[in-house]
Design a binder for this molecule. Structure first.
Ligand code: OAD
Length: 264
């Protein structure tokens, strides 16, 4: 296995060739891809989990204990996302679709910045801010507020009630101890196993089963390209470790592989 760590401006020819020859590319992302849009990550210095305890904010038990605290936290994060814009990494990822026959974007993020950058289909392994549902009967909530001016950032907010069973509405995200949705995870796994190149961008590669995808790809001998300013467990398995910020590296990489990529 060639292990290449690239700090300089040039990308290796073998990486550019692999990209140009690829028919199917998977882009797997984590919180770091949205960091340059102003959205905090989880485990970096100013990440969410340094501030709040995931046991309280990202488990069913936490929601049962204090639904207003949990709903308020997700609503204020949702408001922040709605006020944020896709950054150059999201845009470069969406542009890849112009050059690759099949692009599968798989994200652990619950924001909609890939979609707003122009990705037609995104597999959201950990759910979405925009798909709340009933905690009791799982019916989708029909009316999440869709303007950031209407969404409150109060730390405590009583969740709305389900029109069918009057249960509390919960955020549409996957919490610790919950299963990933099969209709998201299975296609992601299939894509990761049969693609020609997989990017792992802005994730600490710590939360399973999502984190297993790039490892499964690498185990099949398919090149994995990691984009991250910090080292992760994936370093040893990635064929290319591109050290730096995704918003800097991804547009440069695209332009290096396809010189017209910066246009339009
Ligand atoms: P983490 O906070 O664990 O990791 C973020 C990663 O992004 C780190 O490895 C950073 O070095 C990297 N990073 C930071 N800024 C970056 C930038 N500008 N460009 C590229 N990389 C950058 O976030 P995730 O790996 O997404 O799950 O965390 C996985 C899951 O753990 C989340 O989906 C969430 C969390 O608990 C749930 O809430 C279920």
């Amino acid at each position: 296995m060639t292990l290449t760590t690239i700090n300089e401006l040039e990308f290796p020819q073998s990486l550019l060739d692999a990209l140009r020859q690829a028919r199917h590319v998977v882009v797997f992302t984590g919180a770091g891809v949205s960091a340059e849009s102003g959205i905090p990550t989880f485990r970096d210095e100013s990440g969410y989990w340094g501030d709040v305890d995931p046991e309280d904010f990202a488990t069913r038990a936490g929601f049962r204990r204090d639904p207003a605290l949990v709903w308020g936290w997700y609503e204020s994060r949702r408001k922040q996302v709605m006020r944020s814009q896709p950054n150059p990494a999201h845009i470069a990822i969406a542009r890849l679709a112009r050059y690759i026959e099949q692009l599968t974007v798989v994200t652990q993020n619950i924001d909609d910045l890939h979609e707003r950058a122009g990705c037609a289909e995104v597999l959201h392994l950990h759910g979405s801010f925009f798909a709340p549902r009933c905690f009791a009967c799982a019916r989708p909530y029909s009316k999440p507020l869709d303007s950031p001016d209407l969404v409150s950032s109060e730390p405590r907010q009583e969740p709305p009630r389900c029109a069918r069973c009057n249960g509390r509405i919960r955020p549409g995200v996957v919490w610790f101890g919950e299963q990933l949705q099969r209709e998201m995870y299975q296609p992601a796994q299939r894509a990761a196993q049969k693609c020609d190149v997989l990017f792992s961008i802005g994730t600490s590669s710590l939360i399973y089963p999502a984190a297993s995808l790039p490892f499964e790809t690498a185990a099949r001998g398919i090149p994995v390209v990691q984009v991250n300013p910090s080292a992760t467990d994936l370093d040893a398995k990635a064929k290319f470790n591109l050290r730096g910020q995704a918003g800097d590296i991804m547009p440069r990489l695209l332009a290096a592989a396809w010189p017209d990529a910066g246009e339009g």
